[in-house]
Design a protein around this ligand. Structure first.
Ligand SMILES: Nc1ncnc2c1ncn2[C@@H]1O[C@H](COP(=O)(O)OP(=O)(O)O)[C@@H](O)[C@H]1O
Ligand SMILES: C[C@@](O)(CCOP(=O)(O)O)CC(=O)O
Ligand SMILES: [Mg+2]
Length: 290
């Protein structure tokens, strides 16, 4: 059986959300597709590699199968993955592949998982691989839509278009989350206060208070302060702002993507200049594909 799950854009609150602060997040119209077929052995085919269960080359997929087997033991499965979501780019490719694989396993082996049970398994997989995580990505890949996290308050973004510019540098979430944890251990209250500022920004943005471009600019400054921006990301942000586009890191940073918000005309022009893509909110989460 084949299933899919969407990627996501964190508009506000990444990293702070790992420590219980608010984030504003939306699923986007880029999806990861996974096919699961009963088999007597384990095989995983993806754009990355073809392996058996392999916790090095396919950590999220292998842990997803392992976690699924706690619910329903199986003798083997062949998993085939295709994805529209750039890998290690801050768009939640890890959660999307995890949720898509779990949804495909659920359908192929008729495990009868509810959305909440699917999310819980995906959240465990995120922790298995990353050690730390807010569960934001697994939640929004499972349920789709746009939300204020952690209360799961829905947000109607309508056709809110977002520009995604890839920095060309890989963003390895587990490494960036660990880097921020080290800084927090070192600076303690300083980092907590930065998280409080990001928390307030997310709440203001959700309430429609304050100019979104200012909120994004301050959020980006806070992400730079906790060490997850790069020279290239700073350049992209500055150049986009010069084109009248509000811009910030989306996701773990340390590379990956910058999200831009502005007029359709400005976004189209910038997409051409930066070879970026324009994405839209996605209402649908994990689903079985016909
Ligand atoms: N299409 C895919 N096929 C197999 N694994 C994938 C795929 N997309 C993402 N992954 C897994 O997710 C990891 C990237 O996750 P992460 O570092 O969290 O970046 P992102 O910001 O994309 O979530 C990859 O190293 C790989 O293990
Ligand atoms: C940095 C963080 O806030 C988001 C990570 O997003 P991504 O894996 O870079 O798409 C981590 C988390 O919320 O668990
Ligand atoms: Mg990730």
């Amino acid at each position: 059986m084949k299933a899919s799950a969407p990627g996501k854009v964190i508009l506000f609150g990444e990293h702070a959300v790992v420590y219980g602060r608010h984030a504003v997040v939306t699923a986007i119209n880029l999806r990861c597709y996974a096919e699961a077929l009963k088999s007597s052995t384990f095989r995983i085919e993806s754009p990355i590699a073809t392996t058996s269960l392999d916790f090095e080359k396919h950590p999220y997929v292998s842990y997803a199968i392992k976690r699924f087997m706690e619910v329903k033991p199986i003798d083997g499965v062949k998993i085939k993955i295709e994805s529209e979501i750039p890998i290690a780019s801050g768009l939640g490719s890890s959660a999307a592949v995890t949720v898509a694989v779990l949804k495909a396993l659920d359908a192929e082996f008729d495990a009868g998982l509810s959305d909440e049970e699917l999310f819980e398994l995906a959240r465990k997989v995120e922790l298995d691989v990353q050690g730390r995580g807010s569960g934001t990505d697994p939640f929004v890949s499972t349920y789709g839509g746009a939300w204020l996290i952690p209360e799961r308050k829905p947000l109607d973004l309508g056709e809110f278009r977002m520009l995604i510019v890839n920095s060309g540098e890989e963003s390895i979430t587990s490494e960036m989350v660990a880097k921020v944890a080290r800084l927090r251990d070192e600076l303690g209250d300083v980092v907590e206060r930065i998280f409080d500022v990001i928390d307030t920004i997310s709440l203001k943005a959700f309430a429609g208070e304050g100019e979104i471009s200012r909120l994004m600019a301050v959020n980006q400054c806070m992400l730079k302060a906790i060490g997850v921006s790069t020279k290239r990301i700073d350049e992209i942000v500055e150049e986009l702002e010069g084109l009248g586009i509000a811009a910030k890191i989306t996701g773990a940073g340390g590379g990956g993507s910058v999200v831009g918000v502005g007029s359709d005309e400005a976004l189209q022009r910038a997409a051409k200049l930066f070879s970026g893509i324009i994405v839209e909110p996605e209402r649908e989460g994990a689903r079985v594909e016909d």
